[in-house]
Design a binder for this molecule. Structure first.
Ligand SMILES: [Zn+2]
Length: 68
């Protein structure tokens, strides 16, 4: 049993009024940004994440310990 550090982000952390309950976890920030981009495309019709939103996303990323 070991604790791993995961990056976690929820749509509500970026857009509190958005009403989207999507939450994602990944091992690295790069992986997380990719998952967020995919979600943004599928659910929010964003073909790409604007730089200001990417900055908001990065600011909202939390590091959480996960026991694996
Ligand atoms: Zn969302």
């Amino acid at each position: 049993m070991a604790d791993k550090q995961y990056k976690q982000l929820g749509c509500l952390d970026v857009q509190p009024s958005g009403g989207c309950g999507f939450q994602v976890r990944a091992e690295t920030e790069a992986e997380l940004m990719q998952l967020v981009a995919t979600h943004a495309k599928q659910c929010h019709k964003l073909d790409s994440i604007p730089p200001e939103m990417a900055a908001q996303v990065k600011a909202a990323i939390k590091t959480v310990p996960v026991t694996v």
